[in-house]
Design a protein around this ligand. Structure first.
Ligand SMILES: *Cc1c(COP(=O)(O)O)cnc(C)c1O
Length: 399
């Protein structure tokens, strides 16, 4: 089959799609609307009975002993960093290939983020680089399940247990990976604390929201205190006016409105994951071996949750850079994105830690594109993305 491509939309041609296909989009059903409406008409708008109910369901769905809900994934990361005992003088090792919040939470706790480069195939943190970055000050590892692929927790655990400063706490930033498995183990059981983001772009949403999945009872209690001003007594357990603030905490509570949405969404988690996996499989099947694109490698034993799909341009086969391809695809109605600008390249981090260089992450960033992938998409939508990629890369190929 030969496809005849017209002029690029960016040059005035007809776009592949007339309306932009977003890279991410929430799925809201009538049941979700009814659940939120019921919460709005109840006695509780802020944290009430729906939050612990959602937490119990989330724990059951992930195999963790506890789920502690927060007002955002970023707040949950902050809570996990503090619960891990991070403070001044401590270091935590994370990946540059992430959203800034992953590293910021270490600074919120008064500790210093250190970075370890990623592996070229999966863009997951490289355990060898982590081992090389460990110092006597290292207290935690903060891997990210990039694009929904769980990091190599078995290798990270060996490093954590052998660290000179004592066993390190592993905090998984699983903002992308709710529902993923590695070697048959679900996200939520792979790390000491597992942080979810429940932002609308993610796999499941509460509007804004997040959670920490944790087995340890003491860590769970610390997280619950931390999200409620450091107050030891949960509001609902109080029978008189007394409460005791025992440490400095924050107001990071999730609302009952958000929890109602989360519980309703959670009943469709498996369907969301199945759809994401089918769409990702179609991308990999249709774009594998593409002359101008490199597709992600899925490591053995990994069943990703596919928060997004990504491709890397083979820039040596193109006469333009990633920016030109990005803008041409947007003009074709394809809502491509870029995840991520490596954290150490942001002005704040450049100023604070000058001279850092992570060649694998930087090389990947220069040719990276996030492809649309969400549970509301169809196989035809994937085919539109593939058609637009073919159209644009053909127009821009060398020779
Ligand atoms: C979305 C995201 C966060 C932040 O989550 P919010 O809920 O938006 O605060 C942190 N880390 C990663 C990797 C994310 O993708």
């Amino acid at each position: 089959m030969t496809i005849r491509h017209g002029a690029l939309a960016i040059d005035g041609g007809t776009p592949v799609r007339s309306a932009l296909l977003p890279y991410a989009h929430q799925q809201i059903s009538d049941e979700d609307v009814a659940a939120v409406t019921a919460a709005l008409r109840s006695d509780w708008l802020t944290t009430g009975p729906r939050v612990p109910a959602f937490e119990a369901e989330l724990a059951r769905a992930t195999g963790a002993r506890h789920a502690v809900a927060f007002s955002s994934g970023t707040a949950a990361l902050h809570g996990a960093a503090v619960a891990a005992g991070l403070g001044p003088g401590d270091e935590a090792i994370t990946t540059p290939m992430t959203f800034v919040a992953t590293a910021n939470c270490v600074l919120y706790a008064g500790a210093e983020p250190r970075f370890a480069d990623v592996m070229p195939g999966s863009l997951l943190i490289d355990p060898e680089r982590v081992a090389a970055a460990v110092t006597p000050r290292t207290k935690a590892l903060l891997p990210v399940d990039y694009a929904g692929h769980p990091a190599d927790y078995a290798a990270l655990r060996e490093i954590a247990d052998a660290a000179p400063g004592g066993p390190l706490t592993i905090i998984a930033d699983a903002s992308h990976s709710l529902g993923a498995t590695r070697d048959g183990r679900t996200v939520g059981t792979l790390a000491d604390m597992t942080v979810l983001s429940l932002h609308p772009a993610k796999i499941l949403t509460t509007g804004e929201g997040g959670a920490v999945l944790v087995d340890d009872d003491d860590l769970a209690a610390r997280l619950k205190r931390f999200r409620n001003h450091g107050i030891a007594t949960e509001l609902s357990a109080r029978r008189d006016w007394t409460y005791a603030m025992v440490e400095l905490g924050y107001n990071y509570r999730l609302t009952d409105i958000g929890a109602a949405l989360g519980s309703s969404q959670l009943s469709r988690l498996q369907a969301f994951l199945e759809r994401r996996r089918a769409l990702a499989a179609r991308y990999l099947q249709r774009l594998g071996g593409h002359p101008h694109l490199e597709m992600p490698e899925v490591e053995p034993g990994v069943d990703p949750a596919w928060h997004f799909a990504f491709a890397r341009l083979r820039l040596d086969t193109l006469r333009v850079d990633r920016g030109a391809v990005f803008h041409a695809l947007r003009a074709e109605g394809i809502g491509v994105n870029v995840h991520y600008i490596p954290v150490h390249l942001h002005p704040f981090y450049r100023e604070r830690y000058p001279g850092l260089s992570f060649p694998v992450a930087e090389a990947a960033y220069g040719r990276l594109l996030t492809l649309p992938l969400h549970a509301g998409m169809t196989a035809d939508d994937v085919d539109d993305v593939v058609a637009a990629l073919d159209k644009v890369t053909t127009a821009y190929r060398v020779g």
